[in-house]
Design a protein. Structure first.
Length: 218
């Protein structure tokens, strides 16, 4: 609760700065507005677009809201926004994006428009740094709400970082990668990130086999 109140305070400070305040002694936080949970995916995406809860809002070109079908059976969750995604405002951008697109379409036999792709951290990291835990705390409510609105049958997490954030599981990634994990309303599988596959092409066959397991559940 305390961390959420701190986020509310930070957002109020950004608003005050935008209208010319340089310093104020004290003010009363209006918590009613921020405790209101969005009632639709569109309202949630507007909240993400307008978000200034952490410093990443200073360096982004835009928040990456999510791409694909709002009733998708498959949801793909990346860790953070790449420089090319932020610059182009396009999800399947660059070699990494093209590689991911090809794997999903060829193995799952779904168009990327029928898959919902989003990030756990909605903005590009500052100076290509790894996002901090506090930045994840700022974004996680958005991600969990997206999952709730999309209601996917299967979630694919790309790489170790996003899996650890979502599940808080600290198990060795090599032990859980490729395993189907049961959650109350969906199944989840962590796979290698496409960036990792480009650096380690010998792991591509393993990832394709992981995706084939997912295909059998769809």
């Amino acid at each position: 609760m305390k961390s959420f109140q701190n986020l509310i305070l930070l957002q109020n400070l950004y608003r005050l700065k935008s209208i010319g305040f340089k310093y104020i002694n004290s003010f009363t936080i209006n918590t009613q507005e921020y405790y209101h949970k969005p009632t639709s995916l569109n309202l949630l995406l507007k909240d993400i677009s307008d978000c200034h809860l952490c410093d990443l809002s200073k360096s982004r070109s835009q928040s990456m809201l999510g791409y694909g079908k709002s009733s998708a059976k498959v949801m793909v969750i990346d860790f953070d926004v790449s420089n090319s995604q932020d610059k182009e405002n396009r999800y399947y951008s660059g070699r990494i994006g093209e590689s991911l697109k090809n794997m999903l379409e060829e193995i799952l036999q779904l168009k990327v428009e029928d898959i919902y792709y989003t990030h756990s951290i909605k903005c590009k990291p500052l100076n290509s740094n790894v996002p901090s835990h506090s930045e994840w705390n700022s974004c996680k409510g958005y991600l969990y709400s997206q999952i709730e609105f999309i209601k996917p049958k299967f979630i694919i997490t790309l790489g170790e970082d996003v899996y650890n954030n979502i599940t808080t599981d600290k198990e060795n990634f090599e032990k859980i990668r490729g395993h189907i994990i049961d959650f109350p309303y969906y199944k989840l599988m962590p796979i290698y990130h496409p960036k990792h596959l480009l650096r380690n092409p010998e792991l591509l066959t393993i990832t394709l086999n992981d995706l084939k397991k997912i295909k059998s559940y769809l």
